[in-house]
Ligand binder design. Structure first.
Ligand code: PMP
Length: 526
């Protein structure tokens, strides 16, 4: 513990100590993590956090562990980069029919591999900008051609003046009555400037897409993003209602620039406005995990499709947490009819044993040569790909028995939590989620009579206080999502049983009672 505090995470370790979460787990099996108490005795903790969604079948699942052992014993190559890699190819092949079925697209998907969720998001971002770049290059050529044609026509004695719309006169006052050379220079500069503008990305309110230097700018939680705001990526965060308003033309909260192209018409030379793709991609998590467990609906999916069409950019489904079976299907989005152009998977796809991410891009939208520009030493390693393939086999064997279990267990747990909500409507604000990705939102305690409850709520730390209590008092491990301190996130494994649901409910019942009566002494017991 001390070396972790001293050399790795000093602030986090202190925070963990202050709320009793400073456990050192030495063993993990099935639904349990084990630590040694102060007397050296082994304590079992029921893990309902599931590696932030990475462990669906249970810790160290015996069959998958056996597969990993076999791969190691067979001296499977780990580092055979720059060759034809059969694990990566085999996994991508296995994903094809599944992705086609769940997205509804008939196209093949090209798969780019990574090692983490954030890295995968960054690859998706990078690819979308490459595609935008190709479109901008074409527009640049179009602009040059139009300017050359106009210059030639004017050199040959045609009338130089342009008839401008009222809007264009207002936007470009210098064009009014300008000389030929000035006109051409202005338009050339203006277009070059428009084509040079950096991309904008659209992400939803409450979004979480990672914490690397690019992906952090797509993560809505200001605490994580703000210190790095000068680093770059431009993101517009929006609600579904705002996206809908944008599609309907009722709101123009994003400036969509146009190129100016001189064009000869029957009534003389005019300036045609040609839309420039400014937005490189729209990102959405079908179930937002870290933002507070918010579930998108079918009508939300329709809005996302419309905004994608309006902006002419890809729709990226970030299924890093919600996908790979966590919500009862390979993609949570398939349950609401979401048809993304790129699918990002990670976490549970690594079978709870390896670190793997994949970005699957519809082949019709794939940028030729992207696979040459993008690589990483650890991506496509045989072990991770083989384990992910074995994991997918498990999800879909016996007509998807595992996925059906996720859905059934999810319903059972959701029903039980809704019952708790019913008993404590004064304490619990909402219960939501899908499959085995559920959230309990507590009412704001920022005006609570009890000092400790009030101050921890004020600091966005109420969920952490409850987490410490649940761990130490009941041996149950949960945690708030990264950007929602008043929510408890529950992500169990498929091994969860009814007695364990009862155990959780008993513990939560006592927590709710303590919150109702502001019993700080009880909650501080850890
Ligand atoms: N996207 C989503 C939806 C996530 O939930 C997460 C992680 N919680 C990430 C991206 C980032 O994944 P990683 O932590 O592996 O970088």
């Amino acid at each position: 513990m001390n070396h972790y505090l001293q050399y790795c995470k000093p602030s986090l370790s202190s925070a963990l100590m202050s709320i009793g979460l400073d456990k050192t787990y030495h063993r993990a099996q099935g639904q349990y993590l084990y630590y040694k108490d102060s007397h050296g005795g082994e304590k079992a903790v029921l893990d309902l956090l599931g590696g932030y969604g990475a462990v669906l079948l249970g810790h160290n699942d015996p069959a998958l562990k056996q597969r990993a052992i076999e791969l190691l014993q067979a001296d499977t190559p780990m580092h055979h980069q720059f060759s034809i890699r059969s694990g990566a190819g085999g996994l991508a092949e296995k994903l094809q029919p599944l992705l086609k079925k769940e997205t509804g697209w008939p196209d093949d998907f090209r798969c780019a591999y990574t090692s983490t969720g954030a890295e995968s998001v960054e690859i998706a971002i990078k690819h979308s900008e490459m595609i935008r770049g190709h479109k901008l290059d074409l527009l640049s050529q179009q602009s040059e051609r139009a300017l050359e044609q106009a210059a030639l026509a004017w050199e040959q004695g045609e009338e130089v003046s342009l008839s401008l719309s009222e809007e264009q006169t207002q936007a470009h006052p210098t064009l009014q009555g300008a000389s030929r050379d000035k006109l051409l220079a202005y338009i050339r500069d203006y277009n070059a400037n428009v084509l040079q503008q950096p991309p904008v990305f659209i992400a939803l309110n409450h979004a979480f897409h990672g914490k690397l230097t690019t992906s952090i700018q797509l993560t809505h939680g200001a605490m994580y993003r703000q210190p790095f705001r000068r680093l770059g990526l431009r993101t517009e965060f929006a609600s579904i209602a705002q996206l809908d308003a944008l599609c309907r033309g009722e709101e123009a909260w994003i400036a969509l620039p146009e190129l100016l192209l001189p064009k000869k018409t029957k009534s003389g030379w005019q300036l045609a406005g040609v839309p420039v793709p400014r937005v490189a991609a729209v990102l959405a998590e079908p179930v937002q995990g870290e933002g507070g467990v918010y579930v998108l609906t079918e009508s939300d999916a329709e809005v996302l499709h419309r905004v994608r069409d309006k902006l002419g950019c890809p729709l990226i489904a970030d299924e890093v947490q919600s996908g790979s079976g966590r919500c009862g299907s390979l993609l949570a989005g398939s349950q609401i009819g979401l048809k993304p152009d790129y699918v990002v998977l990670s976490k549970a796809l690594g079978a709870g044993l390896s670190k793997l991410g994949v970005v699957a891009i519809r082949s019709g939208q794939y940028a030729d040569g992207f696979d040459i520009l993008q690589s990483s030493t650890f991506a496509e390693d045989e072990m991770s790909c083989q384990l992910a393939a074995a994991y997918l086999d498990r999800l879909f064997e016996e007509e998807g028995r595992v996925l059906a279990k996720v859905r059934d267990l999810g319903e059972l747990l959701l029903g039980a939590l809704k019952g708790l909500h019913h008993r404590y409507p004064d304490v619990i604000k909402d219960i939501r989620g899908k499959g085995l990705l559920l959230g309990i939102e507590f009412h704001s305690q920022e005006n609570a009579p009890a000092h400790l409850i009030r101050t921890s709520a004020y600091q966005g730390a109420l969920g952490y206080l409850l987490t410490g209590h649940l761990l130490n008092e009941y041996g149950i491990r949960v945690a708030p999502p990264a950007s929602a301190g008043s929510v408890l996130r529950i992500e169990p494994t498929i091994l969860l049983t009814q007695p364990q649901i009862d155990e959780l409910l008993y513990a939560l019942d006592r927590v709710c009672l303590a919150m109702r009566y502001q019993d700080t002494g009880f909650l501080m017991h850890f």
